[in-house]
Design a protein around this ligand. Sequence first.
Ligand code: FE
Ligand code: FE
Ligand code: ZN
Length: 284
Amino acid sequence: MKDLLLGCHLSTSNGYAAMAADAVSIGATTFAFFTRNPRGGNARELDAQDLEGFFATLDGHGIGPLVAHAPYTYNLCSSKPETVEFARRAMREDLERMERMPGHLYNFHPGAHVKQGVDEGIRLICEGLNEVLVPGQRTTVLLETMAGKGTEVGRSFEELARIIEGVEHDELLGVCLDTCHVADAGYDIVRDLDGVLDEFDRVIGLARLRALHLNDSKNPLGSHKDRHERIGEGTLGLETFRAVVTNARLAGLPMVLETPQDGLEGWAREIALLRTLATREDAS
Ligand code: FE
Ligand code: FE
Ligand code: ZN
């Protein structure tokens, strides 16, 4: 079978070459990283020599595509114009920087409408994306499926489909499905993963699904909480993840862990566990 593209969220704090070396050390074949400080501050200049080492390691080990993550502070549909303006400018800068590493994915949280209502939220997100996306860019931008905490937009496949419909260059858009978030949003991937994928296909189209975040959940179906748990230790359970890593419709997609771990060893163990789940199904 096709080798699984598995990894976790890694830190850029020691540079990009060191981050790629970290990926190799834990057996990752993809990974995520923040495009800048997660609190959303200034982005560091990319260093050409550091990037050379980064590319050499990715090529040498067949790692990628990668799934960069925008900082959580970006909110394209805030009620504060300066917050919206910051998110647009920062996303544009992030995507310009990602042109130095073409062909990867850039994932972001659609936003929180803060009492403006979901219609106004979607309108602002579309307006922002229409300003940020540039035809010909070589990075695909992914909307993340959200848990529906507070006023988060993107809590249903319908909301994501409405955003995609409102964007002119929708060929640059895809979706990243977060297992914790969709379950918290009320999609029962525990009992019926294939039914949820059918629903995704009907509402958004499976061709849009470009990456997954693999997280167990601390809370029950439909709780709208968004608290990640380690794989197999939450309400989703090991069998759900076995179903995910063996599902033919998800084959070949980058799958990124965002589970609470203290260090790289924890993710190395989870990556190994998921590979075991995938092969056992093969053998049976
Ligand atoms: Fe996320
Ligand atoms: Fe996520
Ligand atoms: Zn989350």
